[in-house]
Design a protein around this ligand. Structure first.
Ligand code: SD4
Length: 337
């Protein structure tokens, strides 16, 4: 009789683990983690938490790889990529190759909330941002100018071109196609310090999930280059019925595998977050064993994990976690494999 009663109750009220709020972000960006968590704790939404965390990094120029004054392209200009995704509605706002606007994640959110579109790029994204009240200003700093002039002095090496020859006797561009196409292994341009995109995942107690990213990309990138960070499913993905993930690293390679989407789908199918993260990394590794990259994952109950590809520049990946059990965001690390 009791057994029948208990089974009936379980049928009526299945044991669903309640969501435990959590905020996770890539790399040891502690202040961003604290702002994102505080935002959630003080009644902000998961989108607010993601936006505020990324925005702080844009101001602090986290790692030199987020915000203004970092990763000058081949012309010396800093351009920004960012995205934000609402895991309840599957709405996304993204900007890519954004010029002269510091608050890329803010513009991404405006794309989501003030247009029916998903991604705006380049000069048109800047125009949209200005119309929305964002201030256009030069993103160049003394530091980015120095990086650029050192590179010019070094004959524009290394760079991301292949199968081209310089148009003139100088080894800098403009370039023209070379007579033959050679298969090249993607060179490791990794200056580990130049790979520090912030990616944030936020989950609240009601099970709302959001994710977002912000970055200035890769140093000496080809003008117009867009990385993985603003690409939905690559840089980040969120679905409140499955979980969220955010990636960091060599975006040109990583975006070919949609690692964030893959990780979320694996969690939907029941994988725990660490395994989902590892599988997403393995998928890339199979084709690019030397790629530089990492991913963070969280499921709808607030369990989380991370994984990274082991290369000389990355043997351990550090990320931040904030939960109700902690006084301050905790620095976590995972051994790369
Ligand atoms: C990109 N994924 O633009 C970014 C760069 C980065 O940590 O730093 N990731 O490819």
């Amino acid at each position: 009789m009791t057994l029948l009663f208990v089974s009936t109750l379980m049928l009526l009220f299945p044991l669903v683990e309640a969501a435990r709020p959590v905020v996770i972000n890539t790399w040891p960006f502690k202040n961003a983690a604290a702002v994102a968590w505080d935002t959630l704790q003080s009644g902000g939404s998961v989108l607010d938490a993601v936006e505020k965390g990324c925005a702080l990094c844009e101001v602090e120029q986290c790692g030199g790889s987020v915000g203004y004054g970092g990763s000058p392209d081949e012309t010396g200009e800093t351009t920004l990529d960012a995205m934000i995704m609402n895991g309840d509605t599957m709405e996304v706002g993204a900007v890519a190759n954004l010029r002269r606007i510091k608050n890329a994640i803010g513009v991404a959110r405006a794309v989501m909330e003030r247009t029916e579109q998903t991604m705006l790029v380049g000069e048109s994204a800047t125009m949209f941002a200005e119309n929305m009240g964002f201030i256009a200003e030069d993103l160049t700093t003394t530091k980015s100018m120095n990086i650029f002039s050192q590179w010019l002095k070094g004959n524009c090496q290394p760079n991301y071109r292949k199968n081209v020859v310089p148009d003139s006797s100088k080894s800098c561009g403009p370039y023209k196609p070379s007579a033959t196409l050679k298969q090249s292994n993607r060179t490791q341009h990794a200056n580990p310090n130049s790979h520090d995109t912030i990616g944030i995942i936020a989950l609240d107690q009601d099970g709302h999930v959001a994710a977002g990213t912000s970055t200035n990309g890769l140093t000496h990138k080809v003008p117009g280059r867009v990385g993985d960070s603003p690409i939905i499913g690559a840089g980040a993905y969120a679905d409140s019925s499955a979980g969220a993930a955010a990636a960091t690293g060599d975006g040109d390679v990583m975006m070919r595998f949609l690692p964030s989407y893959l990780a979320v789908e694996l969690m939907r199918a029941g994988a725990d977050p660490s395994t989902a993260c590892e599988t997403a990394i393995s998928r890339i590794k199979r084709h690019y064993p030397q790629f530089f990259g990492a991913i963070i994952c969280a499921n709808t109950t607030g369990h989380y994990g991370a994984a990274c590809n082991k290369v000389p520049a990355l043997s351990q990946f550090h990320y931040m976690v904030s939960t109700s059990e902690m006084d301050t965001p905790l620095l976590k690390s995972v051994d790369c494999f």
